[in-house]
Design a protein around this ligand. Sequence first.
Ligand code: G3I
Length: 380
Amino acid sequence: MTHRIKKILLVSALILWVSSCKNEVKEISNTQSKDTSLKDAFKSDFLIGAALNKSQIEEKDTLSINLIEREFNTISPENEMKWEQIHPQKDTFYFDVADKYVALGEKNNMHVVGHTLIWHSQLAPWMQDVKDSLTMVKNIEHHINTIVKRYKGKIDTWDVVNEALNEDGSFRTSNFYKVMGDNFISLAFKLAAEADPDAKLVYNDYNLWKPEKRGGVVRLVKDLQAQGLKIDGVGMQAHWSLEGPSLKDIENSILAYAALGVKVSFTELDITALPNPWDLDGAAVEQNYEQYENDPKMNPYPEKLSVAAATQMANRYEAIFKLFLKHKDKIDRVTFWGVNDGQSWLNYWPISGRTNHPLLFDRDFNPKKAYYNVLALKNK
Ligand code: G3I
């Protein structure tokens, strides 16, 4: 080979290398540009959503609204449709904020979720005192008929019953259960289906990755199906941590629920970055955690995550979304429980006054490393 040919080959190789580097840079900057959004990236896979608080619903928090409209195609009301909020007295409904919530979803062509019709917690005090089954049935009928009919054709999915199971899969002895046994669940699904036959109906709960609790959900869904009742999905809340649950446990639950012919939704996804008391000493959740309130060990990232923790968070989100994509045919929706880190309930639970970082956007609404890792899954 002459010296001239060698030189030409070397220059061509150099040009090729430089142009491939340019492509790589372009790909990375595309991923990171604001042109892509979560909802667009995952549009052929599943819906992507966020839970909204009151000031977002009322469009007072305009920075949140901009982000919500850009990134999400489904919304859930974090608190505003719970029984104590929407039906505080026997004959009083308060629809003001719920109406605004539904209107916001409609204006943006979003999939609107109703959360939640029947839940033992945040129940109006007047319902806690009901002792006889006839009154309980009438009250549930009045509640579900009034609300579901008002939003017929506007609320696309209802969390019909929330958190009716214990960790071992048995029924929680809520006041509903004490008065009606598990009949309150079938009653709720029957009423919701009659009030809006087109709405998707979901059973929603936390820790649904646990094998024992999974067994309870499988029994519950089969029981409703055996009664000829409509149930479209299981909502796995997904309040998770950097360490757990394992992907295997999550996957086993996806498979078990999908095998029943219902869809799976991840309805309240967040990943705590902070240590929790029961991780330290195995204490029960019911314990009083005030003693930890000013303990710096329990609040290790008061400003922002360390680089190592941010990377761990990003890797955890990436692995979880990889699993979601693997089972996209079984999954309807992935909803984050909040919009930015500063707005998350995990800043005040289980210990108040901490700084948590559980979502994909930081306190200034900037996408975090976890956001880019999740989006990058669609560019691979
Ligand atoms: O609105 C009142 C305010 O007027 C009052 O001054 C203040 C004083 O504490 O409380 C405010 O209400 C709080 C409400 O959130 C709104 O911020 C309640 O105390 C507080 O208990 C409530 O927490 C909510 C919790 O459910 C209980 O309803 C969280 O924001 C909400 O994220 C959380 O969501 C639940 C899901 O619905 C079901 N799955 C679990 C999930 C997390 O717990």
